[in-house]
Design a protein around this ligand. Structure first.
Ligand code: PGA
Length: 271
């Protein structure tokens, strides 16, 4: 696991976007797993900037991690404004780059048959050849996507009930700003499972701010536990990069070691 610590959010975002852009350049038809939330917004802004300078997304395929149950938009009718993650992705990334609509997958929370839909989503990922690089944030309760504490580390795409902490966090970050009543927040979501996420060939996890310091330390250095589903990162056998700002890294016990390793790798041209 590579642990990269940067001074601030902007540098964390630039580094993360650089990794994603590297994949897109090396494999123009790569399959990216994408995340929502406040953390990846800077990474997406940076990808948009790179696109303006020529980064081509025309053959890239994407799969998003999750969506609130009941919400969704058609990407050709983005004026259907709601608090869906599909709309978030449209506004923060998709409408600014040359990705093809048919290559975008965001779970559709409006499905009438969630169980069947979740199986279909899993099959679509397989049909696309699996996810090459999965971008992840980490929730205040340690979740990956909407895999709340207690989710099996082998779980697949399914419906999850959201914890009070997730509802509080997302209310503060999004619903309150949009002037939407807390009562109107969906309490369930469709989410890729931890097992689904672990099948991605490579993972990049990003986190910033002191609020995340505790769960970041627990996920990287604590025991692997379904109580902090992001701790499953320790089970992944492929390329893993964790990109943190200084505040999010502040509770890591082995912080000096990670900084030392990064310096060594730079020195020997290994990164
Ligand atoms: P945040 O959410 O980026 O808004 O902090 C992260 C997550 O829930 O994965």
């Amino acid at each position: 696991m590579d642990i990269i610590i940067r001074d601030n959010y902007a540098e964390m975002s630039r580094y993360a976007a650089g990794i994603i852009a590297g994949y897109v350049k090396n494999k123009p038809n790569c399959v990216l797993g994408l995340a929502t939330g406040s953390t990846p917004i800077g990474t997406y802004k940076e990808l948009i900037r790179m696109h303006k300078e020529g980064l081509d997304f025309s053959r890239v395929v994407t799969f998003n991690l999750d969506e609130y149950l009941g919400l969704g938009i058609d990407l050709d009718k983005p004026y259907d404004l709601d608090q869906s993650y599909a709309r978030f992705m449209y506004e923060e990334l998709f409408s600014h780059i040359n990705i093809k609509k048919e290559n975008i997958h965001v779970p559709d929370g409006r499905t009438k048959d969630p169980e069947k839909y979740c199986q279909w989503y899993e099959e679509e990922i397989k049909k696309a050849g699996g996810i090459d690089l999965q971008l992840l944030g980490i929730g205040g309760d340690g979740h990956w996507a909407f895999n709340e504490p207690g989710s099996s580390l082998a779980s697949r795409t399914r419906i999850q009930a959201l914890t009070k902490q997730t509802l509080d966090d997302n209310y503060e970050s999004f619903y309150k700003k949009a002037g939407v009543d807390r009562d109107k927040m969906p309490h369930f979501a469709i989410t890729m499972g931890v097992g689904t996420i672990l099948e991605a060939r490579n993972i990049i996890m990003i986190a910033n701010g002191v609020k995340k310091a505790d769960v970041v330390a627990k996920s990287i250095e604590g025991p692997v536990t379904s109580q902090i589903t992001a701790s499953a990162i320790q089970l992944h056998g492929g390329g893993i990069t964790v990109v943190l700002d200084k505040d999010a890294a502040s509770k890591l016990k082995n912080l000096d070691h990670y900084v030392h390793i990064e310096r060594l790798k730079c020195q020997y041209g290994l990164s």
